[in-house]
Design a protein around this ligand. Structure first.
Ligand SMILES: Cc1cc2nc3c(=O)[nH]c(=O)nc-3n(C[C@H](O)[C@H](O)[C@H](O)COP(=O)(O)OP(=O)(O)OC[C@H]3O[C@@H](n4cnc5c(N)ncnc54)[C@H](O)[C@@H]3O)c2cc1C
Length: 508
């Protein structure tokens, strides 16, 4: 008998899951039946507009057309995140650093970071400008692609800015066209027995399934019915538990990067789409009232006149993402603040792992438990590593202007393992093996270095490379930047090309 998969929730998590599982299980000897239940009365969260670069491989694996996706979701390209004001100004200068998606040049006996550190270049040139070309490209308004780049490929890695509601709608259209059954209904109750879901009662009647996937957002309607204590909070080290979001028409060319500016009790994002700009403030709701946060955000953004969207966030993760025959994914599975735009990426990782684990999940009770344990161990690891990387951004700050920031400087103490790493990285360059053994597929040593050295957490190196080697490294880097400047397009030109060609294709 083929597997019956019932997904509850039609936000990004629900439709990404439906599409991937449909692609994975729709052929072969026993194609699965995939149903998605979404409520017309309960909206999707409607935020979550920036991605990391590896989401491209997920969209490619779904067999999506990149230009159509960009057009449908009014998308733009993203080369990384510009962090502003995360440290105190120095000599009157606003503190800024860029965290690109790009990998460092390699091939010489000394890595480029060690060269930069050992030459005491810190005072002369920002780390990201010395070791990455993306920082130079964005300062010239260039994106990662040229007109000749193939879909999902760039001269350097890139992610997207996508309108969350439009993207969910587009994924829904594709999924339905491919055979996913959509049921518009609200789940009213969940029938559970022996830690399993037997069926769900909805406004359209009873719906069964072998596997139930909870993509119902922060409501977590299935997982909470099964086990409401299945939760591990991150509030102690990541205190931002509220957000307020605003939208405004775009008044300038869209930027090929996300802007993250530290404010009094958290930080604000700015994301440019084709048709509008989104701005939001992620803040500590125990220190700031929603109206205070909204006022501070409006002052920060300038002319954003529209109505604000206030959100409450549960920061943490499931103890067990897969419990009985129910798997929680997306906001119902866990949430870590969107500082590094990882929400959609974790859904991508979760659904891929889910597919391989589900494909082997038949068998005895003991075998099924091993499958669940494996999935849960990996998902917990992914969240723990992500939490550590986000805490890194806070604990390195030297801001003293509010109790929030003074507390943030101590947040590493709440994150086991991080203080020891920070100590190590006072004595040696941060490298891959320092993080090995963890689940750090998302953010590796290169990402850590952009944050560490962008926030002035340097090691003292006593052995220095020869001036000749440093000169060779610098000249290779300069050549690389020149090459990329010639072989990438201004962001606006690329977007004009892609959005126009998708429109032309629609007409013809
Ligand atoms: C402030 C903020 C900023 C974010 N920024 C980013 C970002 O920049 N990048 C990123 O990758 N991620 C970001 N995220 C995370 C991202 O928004 C989510 O991971 C993503 O949108 C997935 O949401 P979801 O599908 O799990 O939930 P939702 O979008 O909330 O969807 C829930 C679905 O469940 C349905 N539902 C609920 N209850 C019932 C019921 N009883 N019966 C039937 N259906 C029901 C709803 O109708 C809806 O369809 C952000 C999140 C927040 C809070």
């Amino acid at each position: 008998m083929s597997m019956q998969i019932t997904i509850v929730g039609g936000g990004a998590a629900g439709w990404m899951t439906a599409l991937y599982l449909n692609r994975y299980f729709s052929h072969g000897n026993k194609p699965a039946r995939i149903r998605l239940v979404e409520s017309a009365d309960i909206g999707i969260i409607g935020v979550g507009e920036a991605t990391v670069h590896s989401i491209r491989y997920f969209f490619a694996a779904l067999g999506l057309d990149e230009s159509k996706l960009l057009q449908a979701a009014q998308g733009t390209l993203k080369s990384g995140i510009l962090f502003r004001n995360w440290m105190q100004p120095q000599e009157g200068q606003t503190h800024e650093y860029f965290h690109p998606f790009e990998a460092n040049l390699s091939g010489l006996p000394w890595d480029i970071s060690s060269c930069w550190l050992s030459q005491n270049e810190k005072a002369n040139e920002r780390y990201d400008l010395a070791v990455s070309s993306a920082a130079h490209l964005i300062s010239q308004g260039h994106c990662a692609k040229s007109r000749l780049c193939r879909p999902f490929q760039g001269q350097i890695p890139y992610g997207y800015h996508l309108d969350a509601s439009l993207m969910a709608r587009y994924l829904r259209e594709v999924a339905i066209a491919r055979g996913v059954e959509r049921i518009e209904a609200t789940v009213e109750s969940v029938d559970c027995q022996n830690e399993r879901i037997l069926s769900i009662q909805t406004s359209q009647g009873e719906i069964g399934g072998d596997v139930f996937i909870d993509c119902s957002g922060f409501r977590a309607i299935l997982m909470n019915a099964l086990d409401k204590d299945n939760w591990h909070s991150y509030q102690h080290c990541l205190p931002c538990n509220r957000a307020v979001a605003l939208q405004s028409p775009l008044k300038a060319e869209p930027r090929p990067y996300t802007l993250s500016t530290a404010l009094s009790n958290g930080w604000a994002w700015q994301i440019d789409l084709m048709h509008r700009q989104g701005g939001g403030y992620v803040y500590d709701g125990n220190r700031l009232l929603p109206e205070q946060a909204e006022a501070e955000l409006r002052e920060h953004l300038g002319q954003f006149d529209g109505k604000a969207n206030h959100l409450q966030m549960q920061v943490g993760r499931r103890e067990a993402f897969w419990h009985g025959n129910c798997i929680a994914l997306g906001l119902s599975g866990g949430f870590i603040e969107p500082l590094e735009s990882t929400g959609l990426h974790v859904i991508n990782l979760g659904v891929r792992l889910m597919a391989t684990h589900l494909a082997g999940s038949v068998g005895s009770g003991e075998a099924q438990q091993r499958i669940r344990d494996s999935y849960n161990r990996q998902m917990c690891g992914i969240y723990e590593d992500l939490k550590q990387f986000i805490v890194l951004h806070y604990c390195l700050s030297d801001r003293q202007d509010s109790a929030f920031w003074r507390q943030a400087a101590r947040s590493a103490e709440q994150c086991s393992g991080l203080p020891a790493l920070l100590d190590l990285w006072r004595h040696k360059v941060c490298e891959f093996m320092d993080l090995a053994g963890s689940y750090t597929t998302t953010f590796t040593d290169e990402n850590y270095r952009y944050v560490l050295y962008g926030m002035q957490h340097y090691p003292q190196l006593h052995f220095t490379p020869s001036p000749a080697l440093v000169a060779q490294m610098k000249s290779r880097q300069a050549e690389h930047i020149r090459h990329l400047q010639q072989h990438t397009l201004p962001h606006s030109a690329y977007l004009g090309f892609i959005h126009q060609s998708a429109k032309n294709a629609q007409v013809s």
